[in-house]
Design a protein around this ligand. Structure first.
Ligand SMILES: [Zn+2]
Length: 328
């Protein structure tokens, strides 16, 4: 392995393709919203950090954060703050997953992203997600909202929530969305095993997989996902924070790359995990000793797996090439 070089990771042009809107709400902003609307705060929130008992408890607390955003102005503000938080990390483009069925929430979030682009130069697009186990009518309403704003910046539909719950009931909704030109980016292979990835590909038409690290338990699936170029949205800090993986050192990120899979690095729920896209690259350098060439390759994979406009992709790829050409 080459020696640890020290190019500034803040200047490496990056994407964040697995970033939850509600998981990005700054804690100070959340407290303001809760006070304004008289809603409860997540029980695990203390000071400026969260704790939870397990994955299900985390999802429950995430739901409480969701319920603190009530007015269109809340969504617009959070959207702009997301852009402000991404800019100093060198994130130029993000796909942000918003959990809502409301068109006015989507419209306000897109307004906030437009303001964020103007002020901070970060372009954000939206993914709308359905929660496993929720009624299929909810998935249909989510899809309706996504299609209503497809031309304004909704690029994909997702699937979140407890992975032990099969996603099959949402399959017709995903098919309708894909046929209408949306991309499919469900979570799978995070808390549940490779069978959930198989389901996401076969039933939900997944083009990227949220997390997906448990694919390593099924060699045939690794071959298929590699050959089809289905990218994984890997979020190491999140996996450790949710105790799905014991430590960063034990994270399978290097093995996913060695298996030839398309791997992207992402932050998931930065306000809840204390994570960031920049922090994930720093962790990849620190925990795995990845040389700058490998970090640049991760950044390139993020651009190529994104649904960004071609001019953004081209500019970012040129920026990554320029970063690696600099003397370390
Ligand atoms: Zn996620």
């Amino acid at each position: 392995m080459t020696s640890l070089t020290a190019r500034d990771l803040r200047t490496l042009p990056k994407t964040d393709l697995h970033l939850h809107f509600q998981g990005s709400v700054r804690i100070a902003t959340l407290r303001e919203f809760a006070a304004k609307h008289g809603t409860e705060l997540p029980p695990g929130l203390e000071g400026d950090s969260y704790s939870w008992n397990d994955f299900i408890d985390f999802i429950r607390q995430y739901g409480i954060v969701c319920s603190a955003l009530q007015e269109p102005a809340d969504f617009a503000r959070v959207a702009t703050e997301i852009c402000e938080d991404l800019a100093p990390q060198g994130v130029r483009y993000a796909e942000v997953t918003l959990s809502t069925r409301s068109r006015s929430d989507v419209s306000a979030a897109l307004d906030g992203f437009d303001e964020g682009f103007d002020r901070f130069g970060v372009r954000c697009r939206l993914v709308l997600d359905h929660v496993r186990g929720f009624p299929v009518e909810f998935a249909e309403q989510t899809l309706d909202a996504a299609l209503a704003y497809k031309d304004r910046g909704v690029v994909a539909i997702g699937l979140g929530g407890p992975e032990q719950v099969p996603g099959a009931s949402a399959a017709p909704v995903f098919k309708k969305g894909i046929d209408a030109g949306l991309h499919s980016v469900p979570h799978a292979g995070e808390a549940a095993g490779p069978e959930s990835i198989r389901e996401a590909i076969d039933l939900l038409g997944a083009e990227r997989i949220g997390h997906g690290f448990r694919i390593l338990e099924d060699e045939a699936l690794v071959d298929e996902v590699r050959d089809r170029g289905i990218a994984l949205e890997v979020c190491p800090t999140s996996n450790v924070a949710l105790r799905l993986i014991d430590s960063l050192d034990a994270h399978p990120l290097p093995r996913l790359i060695d298996a030839g899979l398309t791997v992207t690095l992402n932050s998931d729920d930065p306000a809840m995990f204390g994570s960031s896209a920049l922090g994930e690259y720093e962790a990849a350098r620190g925990a795995f000793g990845m040389p700058d060439e490998a970090l640049a390759a991760l950044a390139r994979a993020g651009v190529q797996a994104s649904y960004a406009d071609e001019d953004i992709k081209r500019q970012m790829l040129e920026g990554i090439d320029a970063w690696i050409r600099e003397e370390a």
